[in-house]
Design a protein around this ligand. Structure first.
Ligand SMILES: *Cc1c(COP(=O)(O)O)cnc(C)c1O
Length: 430
């Protein structure tokens, strides 16, 4: 049998797997973008999550409360604006494995990273370095280098970059241990991702935290590609702080309000911070006094009163995560990504390499694919898929990221990708 016919014969099996999926009904809670007469095969939740159907009404409700109640909506709205950020707290804490007082929804990711570094990167002459991975997301590097300069140090010496030491561009636990062991005494802050955005590699937050704390370093994590993708158990990891955005796996819309975690042990810290009135103790905030008294916990880092129109989609989305449950989502995710990986290894191994680690515990839902024939072929495949409504994303120089997300993707989506890739190969040869 030809590979194409072989792949056709797998459709019944993929559909049967989806029919048996206990989380399958969640797909109908999302708008799947149209393509032709049908729907896209959307495998890009790592970049921008799809819109929940309930989001539109939630926004309209806020506009109506503003129209009908104006200032009174702070207290009498359907979801009163004054305590609004509290409405997302429990579910946000659930998604990242934190205690409710350890999390707050505010600002955007890079802003939160700066606010956290203002408190948790306190360099001295002897200990001023930040340990990062060699190829972090550019915004993180810009933020980190600018903080180093802001304190009068030089990134050329104060930035320690952890190089990939595994064949596919991933970083071994041993390399992390070596770097912390070797440079620990001069590292002020270890700042690593939960999931690396290009390779999809998962880092062991607890192990890294223990190694770094043993050397007296502060530890923070960027969970942009972890939140809503893999369980992270932030509290138990023991890390000092974490930040993440909400428009990727958390499906809260472009530029959505981001998240921030501060470990309980810092709830009443006297570290310096950049303050604003919304971080002031709630019981006396409206006395409008001159002295800043921070609210204990992550709330104490808030600056401004929250953007209600931007928080409404987050509230809707987190409620969906609450119903689905991170552990059930993870279980499905492991199966779904494992299925995609098996299809690729079985039917595309002559043309595609997978950069993402093979072990399920070392990856989330994303697989990073490289076309063996090189960058131009990879780009041509990516464009071919796009024209057929199969949406992943492209990361220079040569990576196609494919993220089957357990809330709205099924096995059939994975099969469609593999079928189309095989068709492209046949097409390219003829
Ligand atoms: C997506 C992403 C960002 C984006 O930052 P914003 O402040 O939300 O624009 C930053 N860092 C990482 C690691 C990301 O994956």
């Amino acid at each position: 049998m030809k590979t194409e016919d072989n792949l056709k014969s797998l459709e019944a099996d993929a559909l049967a797997r989806d029919a048996a999926d206990a989380l399958a009904s969640f797909r109908s809670e999302f708008h799947i973008p149209p393509h032709g007469d049908g729907e896209q095969v959307y495998l890009c939740g790592n970049s921008l999550g799809l819109q929940p159907r309930a989001t539109r009404q939630a926004l309209i409700d806020e506009l109506d409360d503003w129209r009908d109640l104006a200032v009174e909506a702070h207290f009498r709205g359907k979801h009163p604006w004054m305590p609004y950020h509290n409405e997302v707290r429990e579910h946000l804490a659930e998604v990242v494995g934190a205690q409710p007082a350890e999390v707050v929804a505010m600002n955007s990711l890079t802003v939160n990273l700066h606010l956290m570094m203002a408190s948790f990167y306190r360099p001295t002459r002897e200990r001023n370095a930040i340990l990062i991975e060699k190829n972090p997301f550019p915004s993180d590097r810009y933020a980190i280098e600018s903080q180093i300069r802001f304190h009068g140090f030089d990134p050329a010496t104060a930035l320690i970059e952890l190089d990939a030491d595994e064949p596919n561009g991933t970083i071994s636990d041993a390399a992390i241990e070596r770097a912390i062991g070797e440079h620990g005494a001069r590292i002020a802050l270890v700042l690593l991702p939960g999931v690396q955005y290009r390779t999809g590699q998962v880092f062991d937050l607890k192990a890294i935290t223990q190694l770094a704390h043993a050397k007296g370093c502060v530890v923070g994590f960027d969970l942009a590609h972890s939140a809503g993708n893999v369980p992270v158990n932030l509290h138990d990891s023991g890390c000092d702080f974490a930040v993440w955005c909400s428009y990727k796996y958390l499906n809260s819309g472009p530029g959505a309000v981001a998240g921030c975690f501060v470990h309980e042990r810092h709830a009443r810290t006297d570290r310096p911070r950049f303050a604003g009135w919304w971080g002031h103790d709630q019981s006396t905030r409206f006395k409008m006094g001159p002295d800043f008294l921070p609210t204990p916990g992550a709330d104490g880092w808030q600056l401004s009163n929250p953007p209600i129109l931007a928080l409404a989609p987050l509230r809707v989305s987190l409620e969906i995560f609450h119903r689905a449950g991170m552990s059930r989502l993870r279980e499905k995710s492991i199966a779904l990504t494992g299925y995609l990986e098996a299809l690729i290894r079985m039917h595309l191994s002559d043309m595609i390499d997978i950069a993402t680690p093979r072990e399920p515990q070392r990856r989330g839902c994303q697989l990073s694919l490289r076309v063996k024939a090189g960058r131009d072929a990879g780009r041509a495949l990516f464009d071919y898929l796009g024209e057929r409504g199969i949406v992943g994303d492209w990361r220079e120089p040569d990576t196609i990221r494919i993220a089957p997300t357990p809330l709205y993707n099924g096995h059939i989506d994975c099969l469609r990708l593999v079928q189309a890739t095989r068709d492209w190969a046949v097409h390219a040869k003829s």
